[in-house]
Write a protein that binds this ligand. Structure first.
Ligand code: SF4
Ligand code: SF4
Ligand code: FES
Length: 235
């Protein structure tokens, strides 16, 4: 166990765990959108989990930090709040927030963070960037709503965990990056039919089960059986 001090409180975290996970294990809230506990090398892409560490001259993302003995950590300050608000606004600036039509509505990590950080779900400070992608994912069972995807990478991670060589992967670069499927359609069907871990892990209902007709399955009650938004890692 490693002894650290977070917000003036002494805690002991398991060796090998990230600072973010160590804090979450002790009920200390740090916002996070692209992290899962079993990630060995989290992408660190959402830029929400900033903390300040004594001796470091700038905030760092806690999912990428290994706790060191007697580390002194601060999880809330006006500077951290400013950074986290900016990260959230940037992320929302290319997220199509049509909440009423979204299966995640009312149990959505983005809605929760927007409330917590006092940010608009459609931020005014940044131009909205449309991520309309013409082509659909080439997968017999899955459909992706690209305009809703926040590129958290959780689906790619769980897919890799299941199969080693993932079916879901990133395509394109920069602002055009999307999640797509790669492989033989019959193999995808056989592997994915009993798995669907990616659908379960997607925090914003961007990955959905395809209906036999090919349409996106969004039941009127907003609670599709196969869509279980899990949000960020929580204490
Ligand atoms: S994921 Fe759905 S419920 Fe959440 S902010 Fe986006 S559109 Fe709204
Ligand atoms: S499809 Fe969902 S889980 Fe995958 S990167 Fe997009 S938001 Fe994240
Ligand atoms: S950058 Fe740490 S959880 Fe996303």
């Amino acid at each position: 166990m490693v002894r650290i001090v977070v917000d003036g409180r002494e805690i002991f975290v398991d060796e090998g765990k990230s600072l973010l996970q160590g804090c979450l294990d002790h009920g200390i809230f740090i916002p996070n959108l692209c992290y899962l506990e079993d990630m060995e090398d989290p992408p660190g892409s959402c830029r929400m989990c900033f903390v300040e560490i004594e001796g470091m001259n700038q905030p760092v993302v806690s999912c990428k930090v290994e706790p060191k003995p007697d580390m002194v950590v601060n999880t809330s300050s006006s500077e951290l709040l400013r950074l986290q608000r900016t990260s959230l606004r940037l992320l929302l600036s290319n997220h199509e927030a049509k909440c009423k039509a979204c299966p995640s509505n009312r149990r959505c990590i983005l809605q929760e963070l927007v409330k917590r950080f006092g940010v608009r779900i459609r931020p005014r400070r940044y131009d909205h960037i449309d991520r309309e992608v013409a082509e659909d994912i080439e997968h017999p069972l899955l459909q992706i709503v690209h305009s809703r995807c926040i590129l958290c990478g959780k689906c790619v991670h769980v897919c890799q965990r299941q199969y080693g060589s993932p079916i879901l992967t990133y395509a394109r670069r920069g602002i055009d990056t999307i999640i797509t499927a790669f492989g033989d359609v019959e193999a995808m069907y056989a592997l994915c039919e009993t798995c669907l871990a990616c659908v379960e892990v997607c925090p914003v209902s961007a990955l959905l089960l395809r209906e036999p007709s090919g349409a996106i399955e969004i039941p009127a009650d907003g609670s599709p059986e196969a869509t279980i938004p899990c949000g960020g890692a929580t204490p």
